[in-house]
Ligand binder design. Structure first.
Ligand SMILES: [Zn+2]
Length: 341
């Protein structure tokens, strides 16, 4: 039997024909990187290849690495294997990776969502034989509502907190979710303040996307100034001494996990908004169908349940283990604070 075009080994997703890894979790010679989140772009590879938008983001996180940037749909060849990046709609710069060799085409999604968030290049289906998909939210219980409705809710929450003389504190992961929140906040309500981790990452992204004005919270910002304003902060700031000076405040989290009411309660957050940068159940199924692929490999998330369902639909579906975390990283707050604060 010939070796599959992509295999999962102890280092990551490996293309033997090209001797290159995609989003490896251990140090390798050559890494093709889908996006800037820490579980996909790790430190220590000798060479990085990614969409050019990701270059400043990854350098901000990892320092002066050896990285090459490519455009979407630009073909680059390594040992006769053709590679290209295609928009994944997950966060700014996020890409699917198309791999073609001897007439066979595989696509690895990285993290992705099909809703246009107004900030990332919108997801594009790519025709292939084998589709490797994340399924972070691969359960029918996950059903997103259109983001304009979510943002109406977020803005009216902010507005009513302001009327009560409170500060609104909105938690979101510093790369991706935070900028999506900023982009759609209604600045006619009040002023937007940021935590340092958010401000730093947002400044890296500002040349790429138009975003509203934000003010970094420093020691000189008074409680009076914060009253009625909104503060965007990473989840790690919750429960810290940093937010105490904002009393009285209301907290909210924006994540796909807010589907489960227990997720909000356990973290003692006042309000949960269901907003994810990953596909919901129906989004995954729509994306899979659009690729025309017959073979589906599910990675992190509810892989077993999702693969079983795909087999019932007639797909040749299986699961593979990876070390990706998906949106769990938004809740595992310690990791982000280590990286960004
Ligand atoms: Zn991600």
């Amino acid at each position: 039997m010939k070796t599959p075009l992509l295999v999962f080994n102890e280092n990551g997703i490996y293309c033997e024909a090209a001797d290159v890894y995609i989003d490896p979790w251990r140090k390798v010679k050559k890494a093709i990187i889908t996006h800037g989140h820490a579980d996909h772009s790790r430190w220590g590879h000798q060479q990085y290849i990614t969409h050019h938008t990701n270059v400043p983001i990854i350098k901000h996180r990892l320092g002066d690495i050896n990285v090459t940037g490519k455009d979407y749909r630009e073909t680059f060849i390594i040992n006769n294997v053709k590679f290209s990046f295609h928009p994944a709609g997950h966060i700014v710069g996020s890409s699917q990776v198309r791999v073609e060799h001897k007439g066979e085409i595989w696509v690895f999604t990285g993290d992705y969502k099909i809703e246009d968030d107004g900030i990332s290049a919108p997801y594009e289906p790519v025709t292939c034989h084998t589709f490797i998909t994340e399924c972070t939210f691969g359960l029918p219980a996950f059903r997103w509502i259109p983001q304009h409705e979510v943002f109406e809710d977020i803005n009216s929450w902010w507005s009513s907190n302001r009327e009560e003389g409170k500060t609104s504190i909105l938690f979101g992961y510093s790369l991706g979710k935070a900028q999506r929140l900023l982009k759609h906040l209604d600045t006619s309500i009040g002023k937007i303040f940021t935590h340092g981790a958010i401000e730093n990452m947002t400044n890296v992204i500002r040349p790429l996307v138009e975003l509203p004005e934000t003010t970094l919270i420093t020691a000189s910002i008074t409680k009076e100034e914060l009253k009625g304003s909104i503060v965007v902060a990473p989840p790690s700031a919750h429960g810290s001494t940093w937010i105490r000076k904002m009393v009285p405040y209301e907290t909210a989290s924006a994540s796909g996990w807010m589907t489960f009411r227990g997720a909000r309660r356990r973290r003692a957050i006042d309000k949960g908004f269901v907003l994810s940068d990953h596909c919901d159940w129906q989004g995954l199924l729509t994306a899979i169908k659009a690729t025309g692929a017959e073979k589906i490999i599910s990675t992190h998330g509810y892989t077993d349940i999702f693969s079983r369902y795909l087999r019932e639909l007639g797909y040749d579906a299986r699961t593979e283990k990876t070390q990706f975390e998906g949106e769990l990283a938004e809740l595992e707050t310690k990791k982000e604070s280590e990286v960004n604060t």
